[in-house]
Design a protein around this ligand. Structure first.
Ligand code: GAR
Length: 196
């Protein structure tokens, strides 16, 4: 059974979907802890599923290294097989990425390498593209530059605003994330090979 830690910053709707999938007896992974950089709304999903959680409050960019060290030591307590960044809106220090690489993955609401960064959906709208997408990647020391594990296109529809488009992307992200976690757990997807 693959053990998973999930890190969030916001509503945690993708976390919720993973918790629901992992509650099935035949799903080969279990979420063992949820962490956040603030008192995120999504922590309520962890509580609802009886999963422990922790918060390491973001202290500002000047203290990124110390924050990352504290986050890393919290993760060490649980020692998960896999760390999933599911809407964690902070850049992790290189040392934390290095510690978990390649066993740290990230979901992103764009078809990478298009539209990396914190405003992917807005950036796609502003660019006026006909389609954007969703991706699941291995975290590396860049901003959304790691090896792509799964991705899928999502059309931008007439009348879309940022919220409507993001709400259509998220179900795709969830499906990709759940499938990637399952494939890692059963050995269909070899993270070490993906970073070679
Ligand atoms: C998701 O779309 C996730 O991909 C995105 O934040 C959203 C979190 O939603 N992450 C990024 O943009 C990271 N660059 P949720 O909190 O409802 O799961």
């Amino acid at each position: 059974m693959l053990t998973v830690a999930v890190l969030i910053s916001g509503a945690g709707s993708n976390l919720r979907a993973l918790l629901e999938a992992a509650a099935a007896a035949d799903f080969p992974a279990r979420v063992i802890v949820v962490g956040a950089d603030r008192e995120a709304d999504g922590l309520a999903h962890a509580e609802a599923f009886g999963i422990p959680s922790f918060v390491v409050p973001w202290p500002g960019a000047a203290e990124r290294e110390a924050w990352g060290a504290e986050l890393a030591s919290q993760l060490e307590v649980w020692n998960p097989d896999l760390v999933v960044l599911s809407g964690l809106m902070r850049l992790l220090p290189g040392a934390v990425v290095e510690r978990w690489s390649p066993r740290m993955i990230n979901t992103h609401p764009a078809y990478l390498p298009e539209f990396p960064g914190a405003h992917a959906v807005r950036d796609a709208m502003v660019a006026g593209v006909a389609e954007t997408g969703a991706s699941v990647i291995v975290v590396d020391d860049g901003v959304d530059t790691g090896p792509i594990l799964a991705q899928e296109r999502v059309a931008v529809l007439p009348g879309d605003d940022e919220h409507a488009l993001h709400e259509r992307i998220k179900p795709v992200e969830r499906r990709l994330l759940i499938d990637v976690v399952r494939r890692i757990a059963v050995g269909d997807l070899d993270l070490a090979a993906s970073v070679l």
